[in-house]
Design a protein around this ligand. Structure first.
Ligand code: FAD
Length: 310
């Protein structure tokens, strides 16, 4: 992993840096580029704006690593409130939700996190929309996939996420490439384990090649692949692979992040592709913002300039 990326991801877990960044006056302007706002109304406004030019959304109520049951329960309440608001705004056809199991207390108590995720899935299903379970640090992949498997017994459309920077992912993709299975494929946004452990690929080109191998597996199977990337080269390759496998529009989708390559989002939608934008909102934006900065040095420069300009 490149030194700057490792440094920023390390800062994401440092409380002193967290305090400095979240209280810096210039931080808000950068946050606004990647986060739809702090309230449910902000999130609904973003969904409506995306819908206006044919884009769908998946909403992430920001928050991760709930340390105690009370904060995990408040994350559940936030999602239930969000789902009610989506239904009241007649937007359930345009947006699903993305959920991080760490926000539901996965590390402390897996059965409790499963129960909390199940309550969110039940509400989403009742309201006519769906849920995708985000993937987080590499040491939570097994637990996350276990929870997804359990949820799918009742709600088969619950989305799973795979990260191509992990060597195990080809095998996970093969296991998940089955009829009705919704799978988001991304490169992976978290600090990878040391390459000496053999768990993750060491170079960007290996991660890209792994992405294409996994995409082939998902396209060859009977599931619904959701290609989450902004990488222009990968998007081109995916277009070719989709045609090669004879996939029709509507049997797969592209996903991009709120605020990243919006012109490309519109271009794909205008070509008739299904495009879903990952829309984070809420007050706990720090970890999310740091991962976006780590992905692109230019974002970090933009952020530092914004901090310095106040
Ligand atoms: P990169 O090689 O990082 O970027 C390719 C090009 O895209 C860059 O050159 C640049 O032009 C543009 N770009 C990429 N990132 C940015 C940015 N932040 N700002 C501006 N331009 C940028 N990761 C997880 O680990 N778990 C998840 O559950 C997860 N869910 C995701 C859901 C969606 C919808 C998306 C799009 C990403 C998700 N990610 C998740 C993040 C993902 O793993 C990558 O970290 C992120 O998408 C950057 O990788 P990339 O494929 O865009 O390629």
């Amino acid at each position: 992993m490149e030194p700057l990326r490792s440094l920023i991801l390390a800062a994401a877990g440092n409380d002193t840096i967290r305090r400095l960044v979240t209280t810096a006056p210039g931080a808000r302007s950068v946050v606004a580029r990647f986060v739809a706002g702090e309230t449910v109304d902000d999130a609904l406004a973003a969904v409506a704006a995306l819908a206006a030019d044919g884009r769908h959304a998946t909403l992430d109520h920001l928050g991760e690593n709930a340390g105690d049951p009370a904060s995990a329960e408040s994350a559940v309440s936030a999602y239930l409130g969000l789902l009610d608001a989506l239904r009241a705004g007649a937007l359930t056809g345009r947006a699903e939700v993305s959920v991080k199991l760490s926000a539901l207390g996965l590390r402390a108590d897996e059965p409790a996190a499963l129960d909390r995720a199940a309550r969110i899935c039940a509400a989403a299903h009742q309201h006519g929309t769906g849920v995708t379970i985000d993937m987080e640090e590499h040491d939570t992949v097994d637990a996350t996939l276990r929870v997804v498997r359990e949820l799918r017994r009742t709600w088969p459309s619950v989305g799973a996420v795979l990260q191509s920077y992990l060597r195990r992912t080809e095998a996970d993709a093969a296991a998940l490439a089955v009829e009705g299975s919704r799978v988001r494929l991304c490169k992976g946004a978290y600090a990878a384990p040391p390459t000496s452990s053999g768990t993750a690929f060491a170079t960007a080109s290996e991660v890209d090649l792994s992405y294409v191998r996994c995409a082939n597996i998902l396209l060859a199977g009977g599931g619904y692949p959701m290609f989450a990337t902004h990488d222009p080269r990968l998007i081109e390759v995916l277009g070719e692979r989709v045609r090669w496998y004879g996939r029709r529009e509507g049997t797969y989708e592209y996903q991009l992040l709120f605020g990243v390559r919006p012109d490309e989002q519109r271009r794909l939608a205008a070509e008739g592709e299904t495009v879903r934008v990952y829309v984070p909102f809420g007050e706990q934006w720090y970890g999310y913002l740091m991962r976006r900065l780590a992905e692109r040095p230019a974002n970090t420069a933009f952020f530092l300039r914004a901090l310095a300009s106040r």
